[in-house]
Design a protein. Structure first.
Length: 69
């Protein structure tokens, strides 16, 4: 019975270690301890808005080139 338990633990140990490393990296993150998910979403929304403004300016510029003046 003990041999079966040892084999089970040894076979699952790499997966448990990988999950533990993933969780620890996910909690620590590379953005610092004060950055949370809501802040990341807000930053993403702000960046998307800036991108949309630039794309609109490009579209207007291209339309102005096509129309005769």
């Amino acid at each position: 019975m003990q041999k079966w338990l040892v084999e089970l633990i040894v076979s699952w140990l790499p997966f448990i270690i990988l999950i533990g490393v993933g969780v620890s990296l996910g909690r620590r993150g590379s953005l610092g301890p004060r950055t949370n998910v809501v802040q990341l979403y807000e930053q993403q929304i702000d960046e998307t808005k800036r991108t949309n403004v630039l794309l609109e300016r490009i579209a207007i510029s291209l339309e102005n080139r096509r129309t005769p003046q």
